[in-house]
Structure formats: structure tokens, C-alpha cells
Design a binder for this molecule. Structure first.
Ligand code: ZN
Ligand code: ZN
Length: 136
């Protein structure tokens, strides 16, 4: 996987400390965080950071195709630096968001002739194995 620095350089974005840290956070944690989570985790290391900077940086990275945003309907956008085709499964009990790597072949097959698919955004909801076990 590309480092945050390399990804920023590939899009001609100046790799400022804040940009590198935010993108690196997303690439390494893979926890689909919200602006608030990123801000809370990074603020102790970057005292000059603000929520607005986190939000603006994420939106800029999104416009450049380096991250995607996800809306699980909980009022905050979640961000993901994995832009490869995958769907997201949210556990309704622990709220953990799991990556599920399925190719969108079935969607392609259902599209009318002449349509081409560039990306998909699917949300699945249910109970993860951990929570299912705890419930029994
Ligand atoms: Zn769970
Ligand atoms: Zn994901």
C-alpha cells in the first residue's frame, strides 16, 4: 500500500503534517472514523489541529479520490481511505463497521445495456459474530 506521503504526492497535494497524519490515520486504522473520532485521536499529537481542519482536509482528499465518505444514517459521515470496491457491514449492536470485499459483478449484470459502472456504495446491517456470541 502507498504511504500517505506517496498518495498525496501522486495527486500533487502538498504533504503538510496535518494532511499526512490524517491520511495516515485512515490508512492504518481502517476504522471508518468520523471527523470527531479523528480529531479526538490526533489532537494530543497535533495541538494546532481543529475540527474544521480535519473536515476540510477530508473533503479535499475526497475530491482528489484518496478517500471516500460513508453515510450510515447516524448523522455523521464516516471516512475510508480504502477506495477499492467493497461494501460496508455495520453491526447494529456494537456499531463496528466491517469491510466486505465483494466485486460488484451482480450489479453490472443487472444494468441495462450500454450502462457502465464506475463505483458502488452499499450498506449492509446486521449483527457481527462477536455480538451474536455475547447474546447467547
Ligand atoms: Zn457487533
Ligand atoms: Zn471500508
Amino acid at each position: 500500500m502507498e504511504t500517505a506521503q506517496e498518495s498525496l504526492r501522486s495527486k500533487n497535494i502538498r504533504p503538510s503534517i496535518q494532511r499526512v497524519r490524517i491520511l495516515d490515520y485512515l490508512k492504518t486504522r481502517k476504522n471508518h472514523p468520523t471527523v470527531d473520532t479523528i480529531y479526538t485521536d490526533l489532537f494530543p499529537q497535533i495541538p494546532t489541529l481543529s475540527r474544521t481542519t480535519v473536515y476540510n482536509t477530508l473533503e479535499m482528499l475526497k475530491e482528489n479520490g484518496l478517500v471516500i465518505s460513508l453515510d450510515f444514517g447516524d448523522g455523521s459521515l464516516h471516512y475510508d481511505a480504502d477506495t477499492s470496491p467493497h461494501i460496508h457491514f455495520e453491526c447494529e449492536k456494537c456499531k463496528h463497521i466491517y469491510d466486505v470485499f465483494v466485486a460488484p459483478d451482480d450489479i453490472k449484470k443487472k444494468l441495462p445495456a450500454g450502462f457502465s459502472l464506475s463505483r458502488t456504495q452499499l450498506y449492509a446491517f446486521g449483527t457481527c459474530a462477536k455480538c451474536d456470541k455475547n447474546a447467547k
